[in-house]
Design a protein around this ligand. Structure first.
Ligand SMILES: Cc1cc2nc3c(=O)[nH]c(=O)nc-3n(C[C@H](O)[C@H](O)[C@H](O)COP(=O)(O)OP(=O)(O)OC[C@H]3O[C@@H](n4cnc5c(N)ncnc54)[C@H](O)[C@@H]3O)c2cc1C
Length: 441
């Protein structure tokens, strides 16, 4: 049996691990990837930009781990899936035959389409090479303008700032990440950015990148203002890499549509990770995620199915523990709704589920930068944002993911001036005793 995986990201590697865990060692597994650095932590790129991690720490696997998995790796770009012959064409025109194929090609940054977008100094953050390019430009005393939203725009802002670059962050609306954070959470992030020396510009839309001798020298805004700068960094959303699937006439929507077995409409072709659009039992819709843990789990399940162990993928409650303006923040479940003017569709480290908030009551408390917001449904919590103090991050992940009945504390939580953190901590410690160890689920 010949298994081929396209893409050396976390979904592709997880698939190989599960195929190898089930199939005969003689089965042929090949992984193809066009990133010269192979498999590394993409979320880690933010910390690489700030200088908190070195590039070698970005690589989660050692050579020996790969040798044990016994697969072939070829650095190549796949240019075509020839479905009728069950073959792939590579950029060097080689043809490779497959029995089972996984498309795990991830997603790319949406391109900037304003005039001047091709000038030297216009940067994005998809790959390790992008991060290295940013660091080449990011010299102390230079000035950058950042556009976009979600986590990556902040990572660009803070990465550049930490390298001594003066940063202007342009927001099209009146606050940061308005369809995930509430107004107070946005305010906390904005205040911290300003304290770090970032200049925020609200209601500000980029319409042109200005250049001289092929290099960025400034930007022009919709209201006629211009700002001088040497770098323009953008993170305006991402788009699943679907070209191969489109040409092969697989069924697509915003991503490659897969069934519960991560299988496309072609029975021998699977898709997983950022490129796949997956049925979400929480919202009843097929949705996109761009989350490391979700991509790994989808890859694992796709691999099991490719290797013959029929295993449904059940989408779990999406969560991300990330850092916003230096503040650790956990986002779980459904917490917001609507559009955010700074991101088209989905961004990195983001989930469409987060923005499917039905009617829910909010229980919240906050002190300084520590803030807890819980979306309270009829009998369960449907989402939470934990900013700063992370004591309740893990308990809330478990309470929400396991849909634990919170009826006993619901009224108390929703009463005025209540200490919701204490109530939840107490509830969680009793739950652990009654129900056994949720932490292992
Ligand atoms: C800067 C940044 C910050 C992030 N922050 C977070 C975070 O805080 N939390 C979180 O959970 N997630 C975060 N993410 C998202 C997370 O990293 C992704 O969800 C995850 O990496 C997706 O894995 P994947 O395997 O689907 O795709 P990818 O990791 O994108 O891998 C796909 C691979 O396929 C290759 N490929 C594409 N087309 C072809 C082709 N035709 N031929 C050969 N190879 C091809 C690509 O080059 C790439 O190497 C972040 C991502 C980035 C970039």
């Amino acid at each position: 049996m010949k298994h081929i995986v396209i893409g050396t990201g976390v979904a592709g590697i997880a698939a190989i691990e599960s195929i190898r865990s089930l199939r005969n060692q003689n089965d042929d597994i090949t992984i193809l990837g066009d990133d010269p650095h192979g498999y590394y932590s993409r979320p880690g790129l933010a910390y690489y930009l700030t200088g908190e991690v070195l590039d070698k720490t970005l690589f989660p696997k050692k050579r020996a781990d790969f040798i044990n998995l016994n697969f072939k790796y070829k650095k190549a770009r796949v240019t075509k899936i020839i479905r009728a012959e069950k073959k792939l064409e590579l950029d060097d025109k080689t043809l490779l035959a497959y029995d089972k194929l996984l498309i795990a090609t991830g997603a790319s940054a949406l391109p900037l389409t304003v005039p001047g977008a091709n000038l030297e100094g216009v940067v994005k953050l998809d790959h390790l090479e992008d991060a290295r390019r940013i660091l080449k430009f990011a010299k102390r005393g230079k000035t950058a303008v950042v556009v976009g939203g979600g986590i990556t725009a902040l990572e660009l802002t803070e990465g550049l700032r930490s390298r001594g670059v003066n940063v202007h962050y342009l927001l099209r609306g009146d606050r940061y990440w308005s369809n995930v954070l509430d107004a107070q959470e946005s305010q906390i992030v904005q205040t911290r950015l300003q304290e770090e020396g970032v200049t925020l510009h609200f209601y500000s839309e980029l319409i042109e990148v200005l250049g001289k001798s092929g290099k960025v020298i400034g930007v022009r805004l919709q209201d006629g203002r211009t700002l001088k700068c040497n770098i323009l960094a953008y993170a305006i959303g991402i788009k699943p890499r679907m070209n191969l699937a489109r040409d092969a006439e697989l069924t697509l929507d915003r991503g490659i549509l897969v069934n519960e077995f991560m299988q496309t409409n072609a029975p021998d072709i699977y898709a997983a990770g950022d490129v796949a659009q997956v049925y979400d039992p929480i919202t009843g819709r097929s949705i996109l995620d761009s989350l490391w843990g979700v991509a790994r789990e989808q890859g694992r399940v796709a691999g099991l199915n490719m290797a013959g162990q029929i295993t449904p993928y059940t989408k779990s409650m999406p969560f991300n523990v990330t850092r916003l303006a230096g503040l650790t923040t956990t986002i779980i479940g459904t917490v917001g709704y609507g559009e955010d003017k700074d991101v088209l569709g989905i961004a990195r480290g983001d989930s469409e589920t987060w923005r499917q908030l039905p009617n829910a009551i909010v229980a919240q408390s906050g002190f300084d930068v520590n803030r807890l917001r819980i979306l309270v449904g009829e009998k369960t919590f449907i989402g939470a944002v934990v900013m700063g103090d992370q004591t309740l991050s893990m308990p809330l992940q478990k309470i929400i993911a396991n849909k634990i009945d919170i009826s006993p504390i619901r009224d108390k939580l929703l009463s005025h001036n209540t200490k919701i953190a204490d109530i939840i901590a107490d509830f969680w410690s009793k739950q652990k005793m009654v129900e056994g160890n949720y932490a292992t689920r």
